[in-house]
Design a protein around this ligand. Sequence first.
Ligand code: NAP
Ligand code: HSE
Length: 425
Amino acid sequence: MKKVNVAIMGLGTVGGGTYDILTQNHGYIKSTQGLDIRVKRVLDRDREKALGRGVPQTAFTDNIDEVVADKDIDIVIETMGGVEPAKTFITKALKSGKSVVTANKELISKFWYELEPVAKENGVGLYFEASCVGGVPVIRTLTESMQANRICELYGIINGTTNYILTKMTEEGLGYETALREAQQLGYAEFNPSADVDGYDAVYKLSILSSLAFHTTIPYKNVYREGITRITADDIKSARELGYVIKLLAIGRRDGNKVEARVHPTFVPAEHPLASVRGSFNAVLLTGDYVDDIMLYGRGAGARPTGSAIVSDVIFCAKRRSHDYTDFAVSETPQAGTEIVGDFTSKYYIALTALDRAGVLASVAKILAESGVSINTILQKGNSGDHATITFLTHKAGEHAVMGALEKIGRSEYVRSIDSVIRCL
Ligand code: NAP
Ligand code: HSE
């Protein structure tokens, strides 16, 4: 029986879930996987919290050097989050010949290009299944199961917190703040919720996933980002009336050497499979040139699902005689030959408030037409005063053309405000 000693750094939501699985399922993993995995060390700031969870006094440390110096530790699990000191700790572990398993998407997306070479030089593994889409095995699917295909599209709901908030706002009419508080209490939200609601977390994940899917680095800085903080109850109501639901969608598309990578709220047709992904559930829809569509679905956040992904990486790592690395050179900037497209095309939902007067609608439509933006549906609702709400659904149009037209419309003397601009799937 192979004995494997691990250290867990960070005993919070995910580290705690990982500790529970490794201790409670120890016998099951031993009998099914032939691995005797022991948690030899737990590193955290808070000794009392760790002891309260059942960590033996002798296993606790708050000193990374004790973890690194322990020759019996084979794999270090990092579940602290953030860039520092996680980056320094992981680098020390890799340099001391220990493989690392991490859930830290921010760190991987920002410093993959530094950490992977350190792992390679030291002949150890760097695994991060848990960094993307919680318990859903999307990284292993991309790297171990879809290699025969050129992946051309990736559509995902890859943030549990925002999906939970949007679901609660849509189905229960809950206010944004209340829904966010619930997501925090359930352990889905990042330490700083801006990482979730402003779309950064989904950007980090899309950067990792689209790099793996398209075999070229898509730096997080090149991913277009818009969060959910401006989504209103009116937007949700309009979406419903038009046959859509609003989701924070991550979209990656490849056409030859051109790649699109974007995260933004999106009108998803109510009958689309992604529309039925609710609460903290996530899903990723991948399209390969031979396999066609594959949809992966499951819990995208939380202690147990994410712990499950961590332990799966630990088992995967422990069973390997040697480690694989990415099949492209991970870099800080896009590789020569890859063009990341900013002027993508989409359909748009636009809502604006304008004077309720003859000719106003025509003048707005004229600006859109002059910019090459064709209208599919228009709806005008008079308000109680002298203004009206006008909503448009456009046909597919270029992002720059639409934004240019909206700038002109926004300057028009008849238009009081442009209230919403949401892209449609
Ligand atoms: P968390 O609940 O805040 O846990 C982090 C733990 O690490 C806390 O116990 C924290 O202690 C400890 N810690 C932080 N910095 C430390 C340091 N310098 N030295 C010692 N201990 C330190 O966070 P989490 O939600 O588990 O997230 C952890 C990581 O998993 C993040 O990278 C996150 O993005 C990722 N992730 C989370 C989820 C999820 O559903 N929550 C899912 C997938 C991936 P204090 O409490 O004292 O700060
Ligand atoms: N905060 C993240 C989310 C955790 O809500 O999806 C999972 O990565």
